[in-house]
Structures are given as C-alpha cells and as structure tokens.
Design a protein around this ligand. Structure first.
Ligand code: PHE
Length: 348
C-alpha cells in the first residue's frame, strides 16, 4: 500500500508540472480523485484488510487524497489566473494613444433661423402656433379669397392628395384662416407659424418642391400698414443687423389689401451691389399686407371693428442669405460636412 501511494504521489507531482489547460485539469481530476480515479480506487479494496491494516491504509489514503486535492485545486487556480491574465493583456487598451475624433452633429441651419425668428417674435408678444401640412382647400384657398376656378390658384401649383378637397398646403397662410375661425371673431390675434409648404416646382438651386415659410398674423383694433412696416423693420434689424434698412414694394395677394413685397438692404454690400443681391443692393425676404376685408369677414371677424396685417417670410431664403448658401437643396440633402461648416461660421 505504502509503495503504491508513493508511486501515485510521484506520478501526480510529475503530471502537475506538465498540465496547462482547463481540459488538463479535468483530466487530472478524473485520473486521481474522480469517481474511478486511482486514489478513490485505493479505498475500495480495504474491506479485505485486517482492522489494523485497514486503519493504517485509511489514514494513508486520506492523506494522499487531501494532498492530491489541494495540489490539483491549487494548480487549477494557477491555470485559471494565467488564462485570465492572458485574456486581459490581449484586450488591454493603450490609453496613451490619441483618441478618434467624433464628429459633432450640428443643428440644422434652417432650424436655427426659424428659432431666431421665433425668439424675436415671442419677445414682442407673439405666440408660436402650428398648423397641418395636409390641409383643406377651404383654408388654403377659399377663405383666403381664392375660390375654386380662380386663375390665381394656378400660380401655386398644388399637390392635391384626395380629389380637390385635401392638399399639401401651398403656403402657411391657411394657418391665418384656421386661427381666426377658431377665435370666432372675439379676440385679438398675435401669432407666428413657421412650417413647411409644398408646390409642384422643379427642384433647382433656388426652387424646392418643399420649402419653409414663417407666417405671421396680427388682428386687433386700428392695425394699419404702418404697424406692419414698423414691426417688420424691428424684426429685420434684430435678425440681420441694426444697420439693416427695409423697403416695401407694392404687390398683390388675394388675402391682403394693400399687399407688399418685403426687401431688406443687402447685409453683404450694405446696398452698394454685390453678387448676393444681384447688384441691386436689396434682397426680397417675403410677402405681406393688410388683412383683406373679405378674409376678416369670412373668418368671423367684423371688418368694421377689427383690422390686421399678415406676412410670410421665406425661411430658406433668409438662411441662404444669412449663411451665404447658394443652393436651396443644401437644406434637404443631409450632409454633415456642410452643416458643421455653417456651425463653425456661427462661432467665428
Ligand atoms: N402666402 C404668401 C405666399 O406664399 C405670402 C404672404 C403671407 C403674403 C401673408 C401676404 C400675407 O407667397
């Protein structure tokens, strides 16, 4: 028995020196201390021994069993640690390496211009409201003095969605009609509504079938054209610089009377003439006018008591001028290189 145990111990020590993998651990456990392992086998044959011999054999086999178990478990821990260390060293991150630059997203430049408009108008007591892009003919045309068959409807090449009643709004002016009818001619109105509009234009550098307008409407007592001129002038000075000069040219819209075209002095050349203003010194930024008598009436306001003005700024146009963008498609072909360069321009 003693010799047998001595031989097992020698073999075990030798085996322990060579093992390296977790599979080796499994194998060595099975060989020595598993159910059929050689140390476990030792105890199985003890019933044939005399009581004294059995006692001694029991002691010796327990000894070798404890020895083998602690040695194998020790080795197992050693191997597991080595495997873990190797894994960690392979996955190590060199924190001294320079980082990869993550390109920051930039706010849409169009959105920025809209926010600037909103901020200035809100500071003057205007509410910012929303209106549907899928609009009823009634609001987009009829209540604005453009009944079915009116020739001026052709100028706003419209996307009809369902028959001739539902359309993609061709301007943001239907919001005027919506707001006025909802108030039933009872309260003053002071709103702006930035939003998308759609026309069946062929897209090119200055036209887009989808574009953005910033509509505005004020209805109150004694509102005159001079109020429109004063308001727009203050707004333009705040948005385009204090030295900006405004100009109002006679124009025609069915829903305003009189109607005007709003120009500002070119902020690039200050009126001297350059390629941005096509050498005229002026830049057109939208249309406006005094709310038409019939529009007030049709929307439930008594035109003898109430009056108002309305305007529509072209948001892309304002953004293009402000940021020197020559192609309107820049706003819709999402290209981070373009927007981030505008962002930097803003910082300078
Ligand atoms: N809705 C007009 C357009 O799209 C602009 C406008 C708005 C004119 C408000 C007058 C008053 O061209």
């Amino acid at each position: 028995m003693k010799e047998k145990i001595g031989a097992i111990k020698l073999e075990l020590d030798k085996d322990l020196e060579t093992i390296k993998t977790t599979q080796d651990i499994v194998d060595i456990k099975a060989k020595y201390i598993g159910k059929n392992g050689c140390i476990t086998e030792l105890t199985k044959n003890m019933k044939d021994l005399s009581p004294e011999e059995r006692k001694e054999a029991g002691m010796l086999s327990n000894e070798i069993k404890n020895y083998a178990t602690s040695k194998i478990l020790g080795k197992e821990e050693e191997i597991n640690n080595a495997i873990l260390n190797e894994k960690l060293s392979k996955e190590a991150i060199d924190i001294t390496l320079p980082g990869t630059e993550i390109v920051n997203g930039a706010p849409s430049i169009l959105e920025k211009v809209i926010e600037d408009f909103e901020e200035v108008f809100m500071s003057m007591g205007y509410d910012v409201v929303d209106g549907p892009e899928l609009e009823e003919d009634r609001y987009n045309f009829e209540l604005l003095g453009l009944p079915k068959g009116h020739p001026a409807r052709d100028a706003q090449d419209t996307f009809y969605v369902k028959g001739d009643e539902l359309l993609l709004r061709s301007h943001t002016s239907p919001v005027q009609a919506r707001v006025m009818t909802s108030k039933e001619g009872k309260e003053p109105v002071r709103i702006i509504c930035p939003g998308k509009a759609y026309r069946r234009d062929d897209d090119d550098a200055t036209h887009s079938h989808q574009f953005t307008q910033i509509e505005g409407l004020i209805v109150d007592k004694d509102i005159k054209l001079s109020d429109l001129k004063g308001t727009v002038t203050v707004i333009c000075k705040k948005l385009f610089g204090e030295d900006t000069v405004t100009r109002f040219r006679p124009s025609y819209y069915q829903f305003t009377e009189p109607s005007v075209e709003m120009d500002i002095s070119c902020f690039n050349c200050k009126g001297k003439g350059c390629n941005i203003c096509k050498n005229s010194g002026w830049i057109t930024i939208g249309g406006a006018g005094v709310v038409h008598y019939d529009v007030l009436k049709g929307c439930g306001y008594d035109p003898e008591k109430w009056s108002g003005f309305a305007f529509g700024f072209g948001a892309e146009r304002c953004a293009m001028l402000k940021y020197g963008i020559s192609d309107i498609r820049t706003f819709y072909n999402v290209d981070l290189r373009e927007t981030s360069s505008f962002d930097r321009k803003e910082e300078n």
